[in-house]
Design a binder for this molecule. Sequence first.
Ligand SMILES: Nc1ncnc2c1ncn2[C@@H]1O[C@H](COP(=O)(O)OP(=O)(O)OP(=O)(O)O)[C@@H](O)[C@H]1O
Ligand SMILES: [Mg+2]
Length: 463
Amino acid sequence: MMATYVGVILIAITLLSVYILGILADSFYSTEKVKLFAKANIISGLITDTDNITDETRESIGKTLYGSNIRCIVTGKDLRALFDSNNDSDIVGKIVIREAINKCMAKGEETYVIGEGINEVKMLSVAVPLMTGTRVLGAVYLAESISGADTAVNDIRRNLIIFAIITSILVAMLSLVLSLMTTAPIDNFIAVSKEISKGNFSVRAKEKGASELIEMATALNYMSQELEDFEQNRKKFVSDVSHELKTPLATIKLLCDSIVTTDNPDTDMVKEFLGDLSNEVDRLTRLVERLLTLTKMDANQKVKNATPVDFTVMLKAIIRNLTPNAQSKNIMLYDDFGDITLEPVMLDYDKIWEAIYNVTDNAIKYTPEGGFVRMGLGIKNQMVVVTVEDNGQGIPDSEKERIFDRFYRLDDSRARETGGTGLGLAIAKEAVQLHGGEISVKDSENGGSIFTITIPYIRETAV
Ligand SMILES: Nc1ncnc2c1ncn2[C@@H]1O[C@H](COP(=O)(O)OP(=O)(O)OP(=O)(O)O)[C@@H](O)[C@H]1O
Ligand SMILES: [Mg+2]
C-alpha cells in the first residue's frame, strides 16, 4: 500500500514537473524571440541601402542593441557580412554561414533557430530579410545566449526533485502510520479470533480506531461474551446435574450396602430398604425425564407441532389430573373462569400443558394442608393470561427471579426430600418463552403466590 502511494505521488510530481518546466522554457524562449524579432525589425528598418551602411546607421544599430548581449550581423544577398556588432571579429566582407540566415534568405521570411553555439552555450538566433518589394536584398541576423533561461529551468528542476523526494518521504511515513493504524486492530482481531477458536472466551478485542473497526470489535466482543456465558452455563449445568445425580446414587449405594452387610436380615427390613430403593430409583427416573424434556426444549428454538388448543378444556383437564394430589392434602383446587370461551390457540399442546401443570403442581406442593389453589384465565392485550394462585408459604422477593433457574429450590434439602428436582419452573419458562410468552410470579393478597403465564393469542384462523 505504501509503495503504491509513493509510486503514484512520484509519477504525479514527475509529470507535473515535465509539464511546468516545458511551459516555463517555452514562455521564456517565446518572450526572448519576440524581443529579438522586434529589434531585428527595427534594425532592418534602419538599413535603407545594403550597398552602403553609413556610420549613422551603425550608430543607430548600436543604440538599438545597447545594454544587451545581442550580436547583430547584417548580410547582403550574397551572404557576405556587411556589418557585425562584434568589433573583434573580422567576418565583415566574408560569407557568413548561419542556419537562420540561410533559411530566411531562402524563404524571404522571418526565421528563428534555437541551437548550440560555441562552448555548448545555448543560443537563440533570429533573422529577418531585407526586402525591396519581393526581392531579398539581405538579412539582419541577431543572436543571443539563452543559457540563463536554461540555468533557471535547471534550478527549478532541482528544486522540484528535492520537493518530490521530501513529499515521497512524507507520504511514505504517513501511509506507514495509516497502515499501522488499520492493520494493528485487524491483527488484534485475528489474535482474538484465534484465542476464541482455541476455547479461550475471556479474550476481548480492543474497541478503538475508525468507527467500522469499533463496530467489528464490538461484534467480536459480543460473540466472545455470548460464548463465555454459554460455556459457563454449560459447565454449571453439567456440574449441577452431576450433583443432583450423586445424592440419590449415594442413597441407593448406602441402602444396598446395608442389606449386603447385614447377616440374616429379616424380610420386613429388606422390604423397607427395597421400598426406599424403589423411591430413589423413581426420583432418578423423574430427574432424568425432566432433564430430557429440558434438553429437547433447548434444541428446539421454534414451536413445532402447533395444534389448535382450547384453553378452558386444557386447564380443566390439568385440574382433573391434579385433584387427587390436592385432595390428599385437603387443598381446594378450582377454576374461577366459569364458562369463558376462547378461540382455539395455536401451540405445542404437550409443552404448554407441562408448563401449567408444573406451576399448579407446585402450588399444591408448597401450600399447607387445608389451603386453596385457584386457576384463572382471561385475555389481555392479545395475550392469553393464565393465573395460578395459592395461599401457601409464598416466595421472598429476592427469590422470585431465581426460582426459574435450573435446580433452584427455596428450601433445598426439604424440597429435595419431597422429590423436587428444581427443574419444573425452568421447563415451564422455556416452554412459555418458546411460544413468545412470559412467566412471572408475585405475592398474592392472602400470603401465597400468584404465577402468571402469558401466551400470544394466536388463533387458528390467523395462521
Ligand atoms: N407456589 C409456590 N409457593 C412457594 N414456593 C414455590 C412455589 N412454586 C415454586 N416454589 C419454589 O420454587 C422452587 C422451584 O420450583 P420448581 O418447580 O422448579 O422445582 P421443584 O418443584 O422443587 O421440583 P419439580 O418441579 O421437579 O417437582 C421450589 O423448590 C419451591 O421452593
Ligand atoms: Mg415443581
